[in-house]
Design a protein around this ligand. Structure first.
Ligand SMILES: C[S@@+](CC[C@H](N)C(=O)[O-])C[C@H]1O[C@@H](n2cnc3c(N)ncnc32)[C@H](O)[C@@H]1O
Length: 254
């Protein structure tokens, strides 16, 4: 219950995570704070309408579902089979499960032969209490090699990469790591949701044939949820507990 009271605020925002939440969206407790809010995932997807995209850290499917609405095909990977089970069900609710090729495994190992137009993803930030000065080497995990490993993987898959990172990330470091990985175009997009600074999206494009590096581009986007209208619906701890029990039943079912 102690951790439940800490994650209750995400339950209260459930309709901003998935507008179709009541149609049967399934999330476990970790996914409540890991999932990319729908307006943000939709915004990222609107900037990425490609033939094939890869989300190597798909979690419960927030990004993958929105990408499936703007792209022809999505390859969605997660190391945790339970997350893939959640994502598949959530994709059904959005009518896009047939457009997503779900794969369980470590993305650093299983995407070797995959080629796509873009890699678009929210890598793990290490939980809800990420630090005031986020070190890009902690993206995914330090053991896995942080942002540089993610970029190394992504650049083999596609010429474009989009990363959703904490607002407290060290931009200079991100720029440096991106340049080292041979990305010529680097855009930092500051995202505001409901008037509050939320995160940064980094849009990268590989440099072609040793052409000159592009300038660093800084952009901003202001997004809004209907969260205030949704706030008043049943949002107590009991409803949340009951919901999470249903999720475990779903995960334990065949
Ligand atoms: C921040 S969550 C992604 C949330 C997702 N974008 C969404 O909106 O639902 C990151 C996910 O990466 C997965 N993950 C961590 N390391 C991984 C790896 N090496 N390969 C694949 N998935 C990994 C975790 O299991 C977790 O579900």
């Amino acid at each position: 219950t102690n951790t439940l009271t800490k994650t209750l605020k995400y339950w209260k925002r459930r309709y901003s995570l998935f507008s179709r939440f009541d149609k049967g969206v399934v999330l476990d407790e970790v996914s409540f704070f890991s999932v990319c809010p729908e307006v943000l995932a939709a915004h990222m997807a609107s900037r990425c309408s490609f033939n094939t995209v890869v989300d190597p850290f798909c979690g419960a499917g927030g990004n993958a579902i929105q990408l499936a609405l703007t792209c022809h095909r999505v390859i969605a990977v997660d190391v945790d089979p339970a997350k893939i089970k959640l994502a598949r069900r959530n994709a059904q609710i959005y009518g896009v499960e047939k457009k997503i090729d779900f794969r369980v495994g470590n993305c650093f190992d299983i995407l070797d032969r995959v080629h796509a137009d873009a890699v678009v993803t929210s890598p793990p930030w290490g939980g809800p209490g990420y630090s005031k000065h986020f070190d890009a080497n902690d993206l995914c995990s330090r053991e896995a090699g942080g942002m540089s490993s993610i970029l190394k993987m992504a650049r083999k898959i596609a010429p474009r990469t989009v990363l959703h990172v904490p607002k407290t990330v060290d931009r200079e470091q991100c720029l440096h790591l991106s340049r080292n990985a041979n990305f010529g175009r680097v855009e930092f997009e500051d995202v505001t949701i409901d008037g509050r600074q939320n995160c940064i999206n980094i849009y990268l494009k590989l440099r072609q044939d040793n052409k000159q590096l592009g300038p660093v581009i800084n952009t901003k986007v202001e997004l809004d949820t209907n969260y205030k209208n949704w706030w008043s619906r049943s949002n107590d701890l009991n409803a949340y507990t009951t919901y999470l029990e249903k999720t475990s039943k779903f995960l334990n079912s065949k």
